[in-house]
Every structure is written in C-alpha cells, then in structure tokens.
Design a protein around this ligand. Structure first.
Ligand SMILES: C[S@@+](CC[C@H](N)C(=O)[O-])C[C@H]1O[C@@H](n2cnc3c(N)ncnc32)[C@H](O)[C@@H]1O
Length: 196
C-alpha cells in the first residue's frame, strides 16, 4: 500500500471518528438529544398546524431532516431546518438531496437560540420542558401574528394551547399566544363557556 493511500485511510478514519463523536455529544450536551419523531406523529403535528402550500416552516433542531422533507413533500411548504450538530446537518442534507423537494428545503448549521425565526409561518419543535421555557421569550418577540407553534413532547408554560393531542403529546399555539396553560385549555374543553 502506498504512503499516500495509507494517509488517506488514516484521514478518513479520523474524520469518521470525529463526526461520530459530534453525532453523539453535540445533541447530548445541548440538553436536547436526538430523538427522531415518528412519521405518524409528524403528520399529525403538521395537520394540526394547518400548514399551507408556500408557507415557511422552521424545524428547531432538525435532526435528520425528516420533518422538513415531509412538510415540503406533503404540504408544498418551504422548510428551513436549524441544527447544531454538523453530522446531523450532513445527514439531513443527504436526505433532502435524495428527496424530490430539495429546492424547497434549506438547512442551517447553528444554534436556534441565536437565529431570527421571524419569517416562519409555522415553528415545529421537539422540546424538553427546560427548552420550552427558554424558547418562549424568543418566540414571543420574533413571531408574527397568525403564525403557529407546534411542539412535541413539552408544552409551553404560561401559554394556552389552541389544540392538544393527548395520545401523541402534540401542542398547538397561535401567535400571539393566549395566556393560560394546558390545564385552562382542558378545563374549557371539559366545560365549554355557555353561548348565552
Ligand atoms: C429531539 S431531536 C428532534 C429532531 C427532529 N426535529 C425530529 O423531530 O425528528 C432535537 C434535535 O435538536 C438539536 N439541537 C439541540 N439543541 C439545539 C440548538 N440550540 N440549536 C439547534 N439544534 C439543536 C439536536 O442536535 C437534535 O438533533
């Protein structure tokens, strides 16, 4: 084996190890590990958000890009994914490249807390309660009236959802958010205010 081939193999090995470590450690260190959303749950969430063709969907923490592809393919939306882990960005980019909707999807490598989300019509985010709390002021200050926020797994404290899927833990909010909570939403669902 020639020296240059040996060097190329060593370089390739090191690159694979580094990318693998970034794959594992960046999501874990962010406090929001990579847990891909099941396709059925994505479909329900997008359905609930009433995403329309040509609207812009942001996925905060895009993982492998599955939400972006689904939003663009099924709804004709334009989808923007923000992802902290470069390895996930590469995987998402490959997924998008192999899909029929690569011209409607873009992936930004970075921290969603440091980005402006103002152009989003729909924000999709798979969150933990701590991240939901941290994200709240950013959503309140950046999102336009009429935009929607759909969260998976964690609700946003202090906001009353406009819809809630208890089976799949999906929460929908309309901007500006109504003050309240999941409890106030459930109370209204159980005893709707009388029409008189
Ligand atoms: C629970 S996964 C959700 C993946 C994808 N949205 C889905 O539903 O299949 C969360 C993702 O967010 C990424 N992440 C965590 N903190 C982030 C941050 N501050 N900015 C951008 N991405 C972040 C993680 O690397 C991980 O891929």
């Amino acid at each position: 084996m020639t020296i240059s081939l040996q060097l190329a193999l060593i370089f390739l090995g090191v690159a694979i190890v580094v990318m693998g470590m970034l794959w594992i450690f960046i999501p874990v260190l962010s406090g929001l590990p990579w847990v891909p959303t099941h396709l059925k749950r994505i479909r329900k969430a997008l359905e609930l958000s009433a995403l329309r063709p040509d609207e812009i969907l942001y996925d905060l923490g895009a993982g492998d890009g599955r939400v972006l592809v689904q939003a663009a393919r099924q709804y004709g939306a334009r989808a923007v994914g923000i992802e902290l882990s470069p390895t996930h960005c590469v995987l998402a980019w490959l997924r998008v490249l192999l899909s029929s909707v690569f011209n409607r999807v873009s992936i930004r490598w970075g921290n969603f807390y440091k980005m402006n989300l103002g152009e989003a019509d729909v924000v999709f985010a798979y969150l933990t309660p701590a991240h939901a709390m941290r994200l709240r002021p950013q959503l309140e200050s950046q999102l336009r009236t009429g935009s929607r926020v759909v969260t998976i797994s964690a609700n946003i404290e202090g906001w009353e959802p406009s819809a809630f899927d208890s089976g799949d833990l999906i929460f929908l909010y309309h901007m500006p958010p109504k003050p309240g909570s999941l409890v106030s939403f459930l109370a209204k669902e159980a005893c709707p205010p009388s029409q008189e």
